[in-house]
Design a protein around this ligand. Structure first.
Ligand code: PBG
Length: 325
């Protein structure tokens, strides 16, 4: 009977035994909280499809930032929701744009926070695409110039990290060159290297008013069934000088996280996107699942799959759960 089978349950007998052999940990330092900042005054408005996530105007942003720093989080990613949209997304790279002002405000008042700027045009263009349009096409090379300009304006405002999410080819090289030329050779690029054309972004597009006004994003964001293509995307961003690689969304793409973790020696980020948040919120509001246990299980799962960092709307909740443990 002795060697007939293995007794795996030996290491699960008690809570302290289980914690002794635990392999994966979720830390507050690993989580990045997304902020949506709108123009105007006195605004704190819940995003309809994302319970617990709010739009803030700059004058009330301190309420959110106090909470974030209060629970011990260290990083935020900022999304601007501008009033003015036009064909070329000019408010994305304005010196006094909503994102630029927000970044400066946060760095002045909360200097310990790491501020990551999402670099894209879709919230700022009237057509809602992530680049310049001509004859119904999203032009690649012409968009790079504007994206690079956007990144430089964000760095000038004080951003610690530039996170381009636009999926144009060559965006890391173009932004790196722009940053270096402007004297920001020390500002890292967190590339949304592998970003799928996903249905899980629906609630974010409500939040950021960034739905494409015609067509979809399938000519620049990736086709969900593809794995080798993800490796090619990550490879080129790696070669172009990205400092972090990101996979987005997270839950349906845990295999891709592992693939990249095993292949590229860079910090890896998972974006736990809006739809993944809203589904859990809706189910827990119906009493169908235990929100806390589900949130911890899935964030830990992303880390186990290979993510070093997670951008998540659950960051504040998870930080509190970590304190309770
Ligand atoms: C901008 C951008 C999107 C998200 C982050 N940056 C939306 C999109 O590509 O349509 C989605 C984030 C989320 O769903 O939480 N390009």
């Amino acid at each position: 009977m002795n060697n007939a089978f293995q007794r795996h349950r030996r290491l699960r007998r008690t809570a302290s035994m289980r914690s002794l052999v635990r392999e994966t940990f979720l830390r507050k330092e690993d989580m990045i909280y997304p902020l949506f900042i709108v123009e105007g005054e006195g605004i704190k408005e819940e995003v309809g499809s994302m319970p617990g996530v709010f739009h803030y105007s700059l004058d009330r942003l301190h309420e959110e930032l106090d909470e974030i720093t209060g629970v011990g989080l260290q990083s935020v990613i900022v999304f601007g929701v501008p009033k003015h949209k036009d064909e070329r997304g000019t408010s994305a790279y304005e010196v006094n744009g909503i994102v630029q002002r927000s970044i400066t405000y946060i760095k002045e008042n909360y200097p310990s926070l790491t501020v990551i700027a999402d670099t894209c045009l879709c919230q700022y263009t009237d057509h809602g695409h992530c680049g310049v349009i001509h004859d119904g096409d999203v032009l690649n090379d012409q968009s790079l110039e504007l994206l690079s300009q956007t990144a430089v304006s964000q760095a000038q405002a004080g951003a610690d990290i530039i996170a381009p999410s636009n999926m144009m080819d060559g965006f890391v090289a173009a932004i790196r060159a722009g940053l270096d030329e402007a004297g920001f050779e020390d500002i890292p690029i967190m590339s949304y290297a592998v970003k799928y054309a996903s249905a899980f972004y629906g609630p974010f597009r409500d939040a950021a008013h960034s739905s494409p006004q015609f067509g979809d994003r399938k000519t620049y964001q990736m086709d969900p069934p593809n794995r080798l293509e993800a490796i090619r995307e990550a490879q080129s961003d790696y070669e172009e000088g990205a400092d972090f690689l990101m996979v987005k969304p997270a839950l349906a793409y845990l295999d891709i996280l592992r693939e990249l973790k095993d292949r590229f020696p860079l910090p890896l980020v998972a974006y736990n996107v809006s739809g993944e948040y809203s589904m859990i919120k809706a189910a827990s509001q119906n009493g169908w699942i235990d929100e806390k246990d589900i949130v911890l299980e899935k964030l830990t799962g992303m880390k186990r799959a290979g993510a070093d960092l997670i951008i998540t709307y659950f960051a504040k909740d998870a930080a509190r759960y970590i304190d309770e443990r």
